[in-house]
Design a protein around this ligand. Sequence first.
Ligand code: BTN
Length: 317
Amino acid sequence: MVNENMNIKTQILDILSKSQGKTVSGVKLSSNLNISRVAIWKHIKALKENGVAITSSSKGYLLCDHEDLLYPFCFDKAIQDRIFHFHEVETTMDKARSLAKSGVKHLSIVVAEHQTKGRGRLNRKWFSSKGGLWFTLILKPDVPAALSYIYNFAASLSLAKSLKKSLNLDISVKWPNDLLLNGYKLAGLLSEMETQGDMVCFLNIGIGINVNNEPKTDEPKSVSLKEILKKNVSRKSILTNFLNEFEQQIQTIEPKKIINQWKQQTSTIGCKVRIETYSDIYTGLAMDVDETGALLLKTDDGVDKKIIYGDCFHTKE
Ligand code: BTN
């Protein structure tokens, strides 16, 4: 974990990233950090083994993807103490749970380069190879648990809005909280909560976005930004833009307003769908999403159903 006390590797990356694409000599690193050049070499080797793109030459070391690093020092000073960065974790959801309990601030972010046991909704696996953006947002809102759903809608809405603004792509939200790009799954959200009495202690929203990775999911129809744009996209910018949008979005919590805005971004309403819950499968026409976030379905047998949780697949007919 890299946070308050910058360890040596983080300090090396900090110096390399501030050199703005210029090579930094081993001598300079060793004198700035007061350790031997051999020690610098060993730390650089370990960083490379962890997937950080650094090239070594006779002149020194060059950080190749300094625009895409997700270390706390890469973000605005104001949020650095809220970013918890890991190279590899089983899942950011578990890290976030223990950090939330340990008393980290509202709007902290746990981000990992790679997850070995990424989780999806309904106990599915979430494949999380390097290049994707895998993070969990820790929220500590002072609201009753019954209102927690609105933060998930605010998160998917903010993600869709921020990606559309910055990349000008045809992104929509699929009920409850997936993002689709050209009809393929671009991102998924998963939330976990702890309550005390009626109130939320913490609400963790895990977000997985296929950015520069090659997506592989149990569900075949997925896509990454890199596949569509044919170039790498900065995960740091995506995360920063999303956080700005989300913080603005949750300044006032008015469920009706948030759901109405969300409805403007969704491609689910009016679609033929198949809904899978823990116990049932329904097919029919998605008629609307109500103020509580429930999907109103007219089933193929003409029955009106209100679905509060499940996974939704858009079907052709
Ligand atoms: C889904 O569509 O089923 C939800 C996927 C959520 C994936 C994210 S990646 C970051 C966080 N950590 C996890 O293990 N899952 C969520």
